[in-house]
Ligand binder design. Sequence first.
Ligand SMILES: Cc1cc2nc3c(=O)[nH]c(=O)nc-3n(C[C@H](O)[C@H](O)[C@H](O)COP(=O)(O)OP(=O)(O)OC[C@H]3O[C@@H](n4cnc5c(N)ncnc54)[C@H](O)[C@@H]3O)c2cc1C
Length: 460
Amino acid sequence: LPMTARKGLSEELSLIVGSGHVVTATTAFDEYRKDMADYEAAPVAVVRPGTEGEIARILKVAARRRIPVVPRGAGTSLTGAVVLEGGIVIDMQRFNRTLKVDPVNWYVQVEAGVVLDDLNEGLREHGFFFPPDPASSFICTVGGAIAEGSGGMRCVRYGTMRDWVLALRVVLPNGRVATFGEPLAKNRVGYDLVHLMIGSEGTLGIVTEAHLKILPLPTVPIVRMLVTFDDWPSAGRAIQELRRRQITANLMEFMDLETVKAVNAAFQTTFEEAESTLLVDLEEVIVPSAEEVFRAHGARTFTRASDEEEAERFYSVRSHAYLAIKGLATGVQVEDVTVPIDRLAEYLGLVKEIGGRLGLRIPTLGHAGDGNVHPTILFDRADPAGRAAATAATQELCRYAIRVGGTVTGEHGVGVQKAGLMREQMEAHGATESLRLMKGIKRLFDPKGVMNPRKYVELA
Ligand SMILES: Cc1cc2nc3c(=O)[nH]c(=O)nc-3n(C[C@H](O)[C@H](O)[C@H](O)COP(=O)(O)OP(=O)(O)OC[C@H]3O[C@@H](n4cnc5c(N)ncnc54)[C@H](O)[C@@H]3O)c2cc1C
C-alpha cells in the first residue's frame, strides 16, 4: 500500500478505535507478521477494537478500501492461518472478560480474547472447568481455539472445541452481528451454524463472544504417570491394547527421545530420556489393569506423580515441548496427521523410517490416545535442499494418512500449509461435492472476499 494510503487508513482506523489502539510502533507491529511456525506475511495495519460496533466499522472501511482483514487471538496458529499479506489485523485482546458463570445451566459466557488458562482459573473458583486444553492454553484465546476447532491433551476423554460450544456472537464480513445457537442442553432450530464457525479459521466472520459448556471439577482420584519404552511401536501397541480392553485414559500423550532431550536442555529438567515416553492420566481404580498392559508391552519404567506439584511438572514437559523443539533449528514444519488408532504403531514406525531415509531430524510428540501425532520436522531455512526434504516428508506422512483413512490435520487446521493436501484427502475420500459446497458457503458469507482470503477452503 502506498505510504499516503497507509497513513489515511491509519487515521481512519484511529477515528474508530482511538489512536492508542492502532498499533504503529515497529517492534510491536512486527510481532503480527508471524505465527508460531514462522509463517510470515506483512499486514498494512493492526488494530485493537473494544466493541462489536468498532469491528463492524473496521469491516466497512476494509470493504470500501478493498483491503482484507484477519482476526487474531494470540497468534499461536501453526499453519499460516493468522498471517495475511497486505491485510488489516484485528487483534481481539481487548475482548477479555468472562461475563457469566452459570452453575445451574453449566455454561460460561465469555469474550473471544480470553486466554483459555485464565478462563479455567476463574472457573475453578466456582468448582467447574472447561475441558479442551490445547498445549498452548497458557496463551491461546477462546476465539482462536473456536476458529481452529482446537483439540488438546484432555481430548482423549472429553473431545475437542467442537464438543463444547453452545452459542456464538459473530460479526459477519458485511458488518452485521449474528447470534448462532442457544445456551441450552438441546436446540433443534435450523442448520447448525455454530459448528460451521468452529474450525472456520477466521474466513467466515469474527467471533466476539461464546457460551461454552462447562463441567464440575472431577472428584474421583486421578493418577498421573510417565511410562517409558525402549522403542516407539511398543508404545503404539500398548495404546491399542488399552483401547481393546476398554481402559479409558484422561490423558495419553506421546514424546520421543529427542523431544524429552530438548525439554531437559531448554528448561534444565532431568526427565528420563527414553526412546519413547507416555504421559498418562488414569482414574486410580483402573491403574493396576493399565500397568499390566504397559508391562506386557515392554514398558521400562512407570513414575507416578507423588503430588499436585509433580503432576504439574510432568504436564509441563509436554505442554512446553514444542517451544523447546522449535529452538533446535531455524526451520520447523509441524505435522498434525490423525490416523485410525489401530494404525498408530505403523505410523510412528513410518515417521522414523522417513527421518532416516531423508536425513531429517523429526522429534515427535502428540496426542497418541487420539491417533493424532505431531512429527516436528526440523530443517535449515538457509538450505533449499533441507527445506525440500522437509516438504517431501510432510507429503509422504499426509499421503499415508489419506491412504489408511486418516486426516491430514487433526487439530491445527489447514491455513495455507495444508490446502493442497486437504483437497487430495477430500477427493480420495469421496468428498468432492462437499468441498464444492464449502466454497459456496465461503462466497455466501463473504461475497467481497474480505475475511482472511486466499486460504483454507478457498485455496483448496
Ligand atoms: C506450543 C503450542 C502448542 C500447541 N498445541 C496445540 C494443541 O495441543 N492442540 C491444538 O489444537 N492446537 C495447538 N496449537 C495450535 C494453536 O495454539 C491453536 O490452534 C490455538 O487454539 C490458536 O489460538 P490463538 O488464540 O493463538 O489463535 P490465532 O493463532 O491468533 O488464530 C488462529 C485462527 O483463528 C482465527 N481467529 C482468531 N481469533 C478469532 C476470532 N475471535 N474470531 C474468528 N476467528 C478468529 C485467526 O484468524 C486464525 O485463522 C499449539 C500451538 C503452539 C504454539
